[in-house]
Design a protein around this ligand. Structure first.
Ligand code: NDP
Length: 244
């Protein structure tokens, strides 16, 4: 019985990753915050199209107690997490000087503290089982920094460093920790930029197009698979060569 937990799975990259891992796992647990029905729609889609069990959790991934409760309920129902995909995240575009302390704190909690929360909750079972995979969905902005996305870049740079450090700490327990630095992926998060900007971003991408959520899901699938059992502590850019 293999279980994957994917945060931010109601739409975008997390949704595509949930569909991909549902083909490969016995159970996928999916998490997101809004009560707009999208998460349940993803769960229904998985139930009707695969043999995979799908367990949705609605709540805020930056809430330590909520995450701990979800992971405990998975373990007690016979689904300790084998693969964790830390995908939930938000972006914040604007001048650094216009950012309030509350906004800075909020983006850090959702993009970084959440990764602490989920890892802290799943690692004890992974150590006990002497196996596990943790995939952090990061960004090329965490590698090179983006103007008007200082806080977001800081979050993703932090996630990259977190990934490398945790990989070293958990390697003796046969737990691999990797990150994927996404380029521009066609989801709600970037659609707010408008069609004109997205066209320019596609032109600036050497492969000549925006990434698709499925491109990231495929990389997650690979890094979570046995084929990647000697890969840990890496930040893999999946970006069509956007930052080369
Ligand atoms: P979307 O905005 O399409 O989806 C974000 C997902 O995260 C939603 O499921 C949302 O849930 C969930 N989420 C946000 N905040 C919380 C929270 N506090 N608690 C629980 N769930 C939450 O984004 P993408 O699919 O584009 O992004 C996914 C990840 O990929 C993010 O970490 C992002 O930073 C990263 N990324 C994306 C890039 C892109 O170009 N799209 C580029 C680089 C990195 P809900 O529906 O409930 O709001």
């Amino acid at each position: 019985m293999k279980t994957a937990l994917i945060t931010g799975a109601s739409r975008g990259i997390g949704e595509a990753t949930a569909y991909q891992l549902a083909k490969e796992y016995d159970c996928v647990a999916i998490m997101s915050r809004n009560t707009d029905g999208k998460l349940n729609a993803v769960a229904n889609q998985i139930h009707t199209t695969t043999n995979c069990e799908c367990i949705p959790f609605t709540g805020d991934v930056s809430d330590f107690a909520f995450v701990e409760d979800c992971v405990r309920s998975l373990a007690t129902s016979g689904h300790p997490v084998d693969t964790l995909v830390n995908n939930a995240g938000i972006s914040l575009v604007g001048l650094f000087q216009d950012m309030t302390p509350e906004e800075f704190d909020c983006i850090l909690r959702i993009n970084v503290t959440s990764v602490y929360n989920t890892c802290h909750a799943v690692i004890p079972d992974m150590v006990r089982n002497q196996r596990g995979r943790i995939l952090n969905i990061s960004s090329v902005w965490g590698l090179v920094g983006a103007s008007c996305e200082v806080a977001y870049s800081a979050c993703k740079g932090g996630v990259n460093a977190f990934t490398r450090a945790l990989a070293k700490e958990l390697a003796p327990s046969n737990i691999q920790v990797n990150a994927i630095a996404c380029g521009v992926i066609d989801t709600d998060m970037v659609r707010v930029l408008g069609e004109e900007t997205l066209r320019e971003l596609a032109e600036q991408t050497p492969l000549g197009r925006l990434g698709r959520p499925e491109d990231i899901a495929a990389a997650v699938s690979y890094l979570a698979s046995d084929k990647a059992s000697f890969i840990t502590g890496q930040v893999l850019a999946v970006d069509g060569a956007f930052v080369l």
